[in-house]
Structure formats: structure tokens, C-alpha cells
Design a protein around this ligand. Structure first.
Ligand code: ATP
Ligand code: MG
Length: 221
């Protein structure tokens, strides 16, 4: 059983997240991918942060009926900030030893990994899947591979060796880091919040079920 954990604030969840998660499930492949909304994200201001239970509910509605995609409330049940290293440990306890866990992160988030709490412990305890997509300055997959290689070898550990052919970075002690190219959808939750604030429609940027919740609760206005 191969299980993916895809964390974020999901404020709100949008088709960029969902499409990427689905592509990882199908391409890697994974049996299941859990979207894990953060309760109190350590990195974010809480100004327009919608209540965690509502963010959870939006994801639940978005993934209902889609094989392979699930939502987890594991970070909502814990008081205080949610650190990925703790979430991974809790998931380990929840599943049997035969389950293999993969932490899924976007390239942008991954390139800030050295600011995460106990990131070395994290790299030691769970395999990663980095979703690579074109970004400013990193348009081609070769440029992105090079950026990952520089970050890992110069910022984390010289002992990483990358195989572009197999799309994986290996390390003698730490867990492998897989890289998967996903479709670029230039959508972010902040852009959606901005559009709503300025009175524009966000239809088609998020699933209709999620838009229903956003509109009926008057979120982000
Ligand atoms: P915000 O604009 O508030 O930062 P966001 O859209 O970036 O929101 P997050 O909750 O910050 O969403 O991101 C959760 C995870 O989803 C991160 O790993 C991020 O890299 C990834 N992600 C965000 N947007 C996309 C997208 N359009 N396609 C694929 N992955 C994405
Ligand atoms: Mg983000």
C-alpha cells in the first residue's frame, strides 16, 4: 500500500491542488493520497485564514467520489501549530508497517524545506514526492532538476545523487526524493482570495461544490 500525504493550508482548495494530487496518484502510482489541511500553519499570517473545519469540509466535498483522493483531519485534532514532522509520525502510527508513506510537496514549498522544523528528521523518516511545475526562472524541467540538485547537494547534504532518468535523488542514509512533473495550472489560493475581494468571479478555478461553500458562507469577501 502506497500512501501520499499532501499538506497545505488549502485556503481554499482549488483545481491546481486537486489536479496535481490526482496526477501524482496516477503517475507514481499511489493507492491513496490524503490532503491534510493545517490547523495553525506555522508559516502563515492568520488574517484571512478561514476556520480549519470549513477548509476541511471544502476538501471533503471536493474529493467525494474520486477514487484515490482523501482528506485527513489529523492536524485539526491537535492543538498548536502543525509541524509536518509530527504529522508524518502520527500517520505512521495510524497505518500498519506495510504501508509506505510519501510526503508530497510542490517545488516552491520544497525549496524552503530548510526552514521547516526538524527537516533532517523528516528527510530521514519519510520519502518525498516533489511536484515539479514550471515557475518563473525555472521554465524547463532541466532547469528545475538543476535547481533541486543545487538545493539538495549544497543546502542539505553533499551525499545526494540524482538520477534524472529515474526522477529520483538518493542518499546513503536519508529517504529517496522522487520528482514528478505535473500539469501547470497557474492558480493559487491567494489569487482566488484576491479575486473574491475585488468582486470578481472565481468560477472554474475551484470545484463547483467548493464554490457553493465559499458563496453560501460569504468567505474571503
Ligand atoms: P497560497 O496562495 O495561500 O499560498 P496555495 O495555492 O499555494 O495557497 P497552499 O495551501 O499554500 O496553496 O499549498 C499547498 C501545497 O499545494 C504546496 O505544496 C504547494 O506547492 C501546492 N500547490 C499550490 N498551488 C498549486 C498548483 N496550482 N498546482 C500544484 N500544486 C500546487
Ligand atoms: Mg502556497
Amino acid at each position: 500500500m502506497r500512501i501520499g500525504l499532501f499538506g497545505g493550508t488549502f485556503n481554499p482548495v482549488h483545481i491546481g491542488h486537486l489536479r496535481a494530487a490526482l496526477e501524482v496518484v496516477e503517475k507514481f502510482p499511489l493507492d491513496e493520497c490524503y490532503l491534510v489541511p493545517a490547523a495553525t500553519p506555522p508559516h502563515k499570517a492568520t488574517g484571512d485564514m478561514v476556520d480549519a473545519n470549513i477548509r476541511y469540509d471544502m476538501i471533503r466535498r471536493a474529493v467525494t467520489g474520486q477514487a484515490g483522493l482523501k482528506v485527513s483531519d489529523i492536524e485539526l485534532k491537535r492543538p498548536g501549530p502543525s509541524y509536518t514532522v509530527d504529522t508524518v509520525r502520527l500517520f505512521r502510527e495510524k497505518f500498519s508497517d506495510t504501508a509506505r508513506l510519501y510526503l508530497i510537496v510542490g517545488l516552491d514549498a520544497f525549496l524552503e524545506l530548510d526552514t521547516w522544523k526538524s527537516y533532517r528528521t523528516l528527510l530521514n523518516s519519510v520519502a518525498l514526492i516533489v511536484m515539479s511545475r514550471p515557475e518563473r526562472g525555472l521554465e524547463t524541467s532541466t532547469e528545475r532538476w538543476q535547481a533541486l540538485n543545487d538545493f539538495l547537494c549544497h543546502g542539505i547534504s553533499k551525499e545526494y545523487t540524482g538520477s534524472e532518468e529515474r526522477s529520483v535523488f538518493s542518499h546513503p542514509q536519508l529517504m529517496p526524493i522522487h520528482v514528478i512533473n505535473v500539469t501547470m495550472l497557474d492558480i493559487s489560493s491567494s489569487k482566488i482570495r484576491e479575486l473574491i475581494r475585488s468582486g470578481c468571479s472565481v468560477r472554474y478555478l475551484l470545484p463547483a461544490e467548493v464554490l457553493d461553500i465559499v458563496e453560501s458562507r460569504g468567505l474571503y469577501v
